[in-house]
Design a protein around this ligand. Structure first.
Ligand SMILES: C[S@@+](CC[C@H](N)C(=O)[O-])C[C@H]1O[C@@H](n2cnc3c(N)ncnc32)[C@H](O)[C@@H]1O
Length: 368
């Protein structure tokens, strides 16, 4: 069988040519960030981690975690036959590893009944993580971490809004800011599921990386610490302005359904912070190897953004409306700050700003 060799991080992978088991270079950033976050967490706990990887595929993430992060024990699973055989073969000599071949939901139920809990639960499906999240709530240690991916871009970005209602109980929205809404819809969904299981999460980092969404949550017991005011909606007003609003706030009067007087509701979604900046700084510091150069740039971008502001405007979108050219993002941020508003870049869009300024003030950018 033809074998292909790839190198990523500190690991060399030998993959058989297969339709199912392939190397996806776009997923590398997610693995890099996972390794760095694990290092930070093991330092905090002053011990190596107990890890559950629910969907390991060819074991790329598995091998990177085992090689580059402090891992005491790792339960590695995939439902696919080919993946299971490869995982068994690749990991058989590592005494820290237990390989399983189950549907993730079944495995999670078994682990719950066995009262097994983990410091780190890793969920990396194709598409939505939604069906698995309620089961995950039973296997994470208090203050443990949940690292979750969503790749269902048409759903979270509003092209398949019916599917978004089914998967996330939320209305998604097409448009230039859809990746931000998608990220916040995903986090909002995770928060609601955890709260319903009498626990809550705090995001340590959250990103859209141009390919998929990834969120790392720290999970706490009970719901007393959960900030309900961070769950709400974003309303897009008839003039295009976005407004973050709490659940329960009455909708603006809307008597006729014409685009010119229609308010578009997006959510429910997470209106709170996307990152824990202390944790991001620790991740940055733990990235000593040269091969983390790109991951460090992304961490720095996340660290610089005012992620507690949920409103994002894409400058190209506004420029198109005015049929004018796009100003530089740096110029736009400076302009807004000079007028007393908060403004920053956005980690997932070079031509967008995060701001609390009204839309009318943004439009002044093109005046004069
Ligand atoms: C995106 S891949 C995982 C990639 C891997 N985490 C990495 O970083 O290289 C998704 C994997 O999930 C597996 N999978 C899909 N549904 C599953 C389920 N219900 N239970 C267990 N595994 C599942 C698929 O077989 C596939 O190998």
């Amino acid at each position: 069988m033809a074998i292909q060799i790839y190198r990523e991080g500190a690991v060399e992978f030998h993959l058989p040519a297969s339709e199912h088991l392939f190397y996806n270079p776009r997923a590398r950033l997610g693995r890099d960030l996972g390794v760095l976050a694990m290092r930070v967490e093991a330092t905090r706990l002053e011990r190596p981690l107990e890890v559950l990887e629910l969907m390991a595929a060819a074991g790329l993430r598995t091998r990177r975690y085992l090689t580059e992060a402090p891992v005491a024990h790792m339960l590695v699973n995939d439902a696919n036959d080919e993946a299971y055989r490869l995982l068994q073969h690749e990991l058989k000599d590592d005494p820290r590893v237990e390989v399983r071949h189950e549907l993730a939901q079944r495995l999670l139920c078994q682990l719950y009944l066995e009262d097994r809990r983990f410091d780190w639960v890793d969920l990396d499906p194709f598409g939505t993580p939604a069906p698995f999240v309620p089961y995950v709530t039973g296997v994470i240690r208090w203050e443990g971490l949940f690292y979750v991916t969503a790749t269902d871009a048409p759903v979270l970005c509003g092209a398949q809004r019916g599917e978004a209602l089914k998967s996330y109980d939320a209305v998604s929205a097409l448009g230039r800011e859809c990746h931000e809404f998608g990220l916040r819809i995903l986090i909002g969904f995770l928060m609601r599921r955890f709260v319903q299981a009498n626990m809550y999460g705090v995001p340590l980092f959250s990103l859209f990386d141009g390919y998929c969404w990834r969120v790392l949550l720290r999970v706490f017991k009970g719901t007393r610490g959960f900030p309900t005011e961070n769950l709400g909606f974003i309303a897009q007003m008839p003039d295009g302005e976005y407004r973050a609003t709490l659940a329960g706030v009455p909708a603006p009067l809307n008597t006729e359904l014409k685009p010119s007087n229609t308010v578009r509701w997006i959510g429910p979604l997470w209106l709170g912070a996307l990152h824990d900046h202390g944790f991001l700084s620790e991740m940055f510091r733990s990235a000593k190897e040269d091969y983390f150069a790109y991951a460090k740039r992304v961490i720095a971008r996340m660290h610089r953004e005012l992620d507690e502001i949920p409103i994002v405007y894409n400058l190209s979108g506004l420029a198109d409306r005015l049929e004018k050219s796009v100003p530089s993002t740096r110029q736009a941020i400076q302009f807004l700050r000079e007028r007393g508003y908060r403004a920053s870049g956005v980690h997932h869009a070079g031509n967008a700003v995060r701001t609390d300024a009204p839309l009318a003030v943004l439009f002044q950018l093109w005046e004069g």
